[in-house]
Design a protein around this ligand. Structure first.
Ligand code: KG4
Ligand code: ZN
Length: 338
């Protein structure tokens, strides 16, 4: 891999992030999270794009300072073109375009989903990078899919959710429990003190490798409504057990299909990526499957799981080597296939 220095910019949802990569080593990875959305129980697109506007320059400046890099050392600029919230993507895209123009360096567009997967090739993401072909369970607030990765830029979605994403299920169920947004990390923490077998919630019956998460959300909602009528303190008194049971169910749904795909395709290289791959119980099941099923598992370093610019810089580096540059007339896109 070349030793070029590249700036990566991520602004697809509610995190403004900038990172500097040299070869495949991350020199800095800075993120400004937008606490404002907590008050609304979810990301408000208009507020997100305004906050990106405020954050982007300080975040990029910090990434350069932390990496101890001058602007003129940058060989190219990579940015998230999509998928994501259009107003948010526009901020990063416009900024990347202007900076590339003023520094007179190539511009490189990055698909956010590819970036979650290719984060595994950052030098310190794993002790060893995955070998092709591998399966990658990509689970975030917006996406849930099993991807067959044949090469860096040869990916095929073999299964995906037909409704909610797994992260969305964590967040929406968390809202029923009156937890802050995003609820995924809070449920993870509370579940550690709870009994995962305390409650049983419906699991969907889906064909092939596809997923559905709207059923579990409804199942939890109806159950809670029924119990709260009998005991208004039901949630408070059972919160840890509820979180542990919901988490167990979501992970069982995710892993059943991943195990089926690995078995049927005879692949033992198995990775997880995206925000939900930060979940401690999901990481534990992956480790168990290393023992039980002989999988070689790839669980990215925590800071490369939720949205970050390091993964964007990694993809930009791979495209830079291939000479895959983007025209300055490019524009952000809310939908962007793998
Ligand atoms: O990848 P990401 O940062 O943003 C998207 O591209 O969506 O993923 C965010 C999602 C949220 O739904 C959040 O609740 C979930 O990842 N998440 C978790 C954990 N950490 C983040 N879900 C379960 N357990 C966690 N520890
Ligand atoms: Zn993401």
């Amino acid at each position: 891999m070349s030793d070029s220095i590249i700036l990566g910019i991520e602004s697809s949802c509610d995190d403004t992030s900038a990172a500097i990569i040299k070869g495949n080593c991350i020199l800095s990875n800075i993120a400004a999270n937008q606490a404002i959305h907590k008050e609304y129980g979810g990301v408000v697109p208009e507020l997100a794009s305004r906050a990106h506007q405020q954050n982007i320059i300080p975040v990029v400046e910090k990434s350069l300072t932390k990496a101890n890099i001058q602007q003129n050392a940058i060989s190219a600029i990579g940015f998230t073109r999509g998928p994501g919230l259009l107003g948010s993507l526009l901020v990063g895209t416009s900024f990347a375009k202007s900076l590339a123009m003023s520094l007179n360096v190539p511009l490189i567009e990055v698909n956010h989903l590819q970036a979650h997967i290719l984060a595994h090739f950052i030098a310190d993401a794993n002790p060893m990078p995955p070998q092709f072909p591998f399966l990658c369970l990509t689970v975030s607030g917006g996406h849930t899919m099993i991807v067959l990765v044949r090469d860096y830029f040869d990916m095929e979605i073999i299964g995906k959710t037909i409704d909610d994403a797994a992260g969305e299920a964590f967040d929406k169920i968390g809202k029923i429990f009156d937890l802050d947004y995003p609820a995924g990390p809070i449920i993870d923490r509370l579940a550690k003190e709870g009994n995962p077998d305390a409650f049983t919630f419906n699991k969907p019956k889906m064909e092939g490798y596809d997923y559905s998460f709207s059923g579990i959300k409804t199942s939890v909602l109806y159950y809670i409504q029924k119990e709260v009528k009998k005991n208004p303190d039901f949630i408070k008194e059972n919160l840890n057990d509820l979180c542990a049971s919901v988490q167990r169910t979501i992970i069982e749904i995710l892993m059943t299909k991943l195990e089926k795909a690995a078995k049927e395709l005879n692949i033992k290289e198995v990775a997880i990526a995206g925000g939900v791959s930060a979940n401690s119980a999901l990481r534990k099941v992956m480790e168990d499957n290393h023992e039980k099923l002989g999988w070689n598992i790839y669980i990215p370093k925590f800071e490369y799981t939720t949205d970050n610019a390091a993964m964007i810089a990694m993809v930009a580096q791979l495209k830079f080597e291939r000479g895959e540059f983007t025209d300055l007339r490019t524009s952000a896109t809310a939908k962007y296939d793998l």
